[in-house]
Design a binder for this molecule. Sequence first.
Ligand code: ATP
Ligand code: IP8
Length: 263
Amino acid sequence: MIIVKVGGSVFSDKKGEPENFDHETVRNIAKEIAKFYPRENFIVVHGGGSFGHPEAKKYGIRDGLPEDWETANFRRIGFTETHQAMLRANSEFIKAFVREGLPAFSVSTSSVFITENGEVAYGDLEVVERLLELGFIPVLFGDVSIDLAKGIDILSGDQIITYLAKMLEPDKVIFLMDVDGIYDGKPGEGGLIQSLSRAEIGSLLERLHCTAAGTDVTGGICNKLEEAKKIAEHSEVWFVNGKVPGRLSGAIRGDGFGTRIKG
Ligand SMILES: Nc1ncnc2c1ncn2[C@@H]1O[C@H](COP(=O)(O)OP(=O)(O)OP(=O)(O)O)[C@@H](O)[C@H]1O
Ligand SMILES: C=C(C)CCOP(=O)(O)O
């Protein structure tokens, strides 16, 4: 089984208009998956991009539910609005996949996982496992979450993947990004790292100063590398450019262009 994370920067321009969606890129991703399905089983997880992140930021969802009723209710409305924005992004994914004959099925992350300070506290994967057994492609997404410590929070797609990898032990986890892989520095400045061991991630994080978070509410490239370090305990991890046709196929075959992380 292969888990594919479609980064928010792949399917939308995070600095562009709210809720912009790159239909052509997602159609190409679906076409590439269709070349391997059903020989391979897939779980797809997508990020927030220009859908979830602006709403989450506007309503301060990561700050949780305060005592003050007015502010708490503002955030409750924001919790709902952010989830609805993510459902709209998810619906575009499902439509694109179904058009390519892929039985993609939407699974709402906020109905499966409970967090504690933004980390998965527990998740009930029975539905996901049964969907896989029945030949479906479960499609999850970064979402709002009920949080044991803060009341509400955001659960990033990258953290969902870490939990799925730990519980389901996929053969491979592939992160699709809008750049060619992980760079030793800022993209365009540092060189592309084609191969990385799990043990080398710590020193890379130090070299990157983890300042690449940009406008994301869930931590950008640093969070991604932190999660990749945990995932590599269970599976091979790839970071490839999801905007360039053929790169996903290369990672699925195992001879692709991008960054490969081994345990
Ligand atoms: N050293 C680096 N290597 C690779 N990308 C980097 C690096 N430093 C900064 N970046 C930036 O990180 C971005 C990817 O992180 P980002 O959080 O936007 O990923 P995403 O998975 O597309 O988004 P989301 O979390 O919304 O799903 C790239 O667009 C890239 O410009
Ligand atoms: C902001 C929301 C709702 C989802 C965040 O998920 P990510 O883009 O995978 O970090």
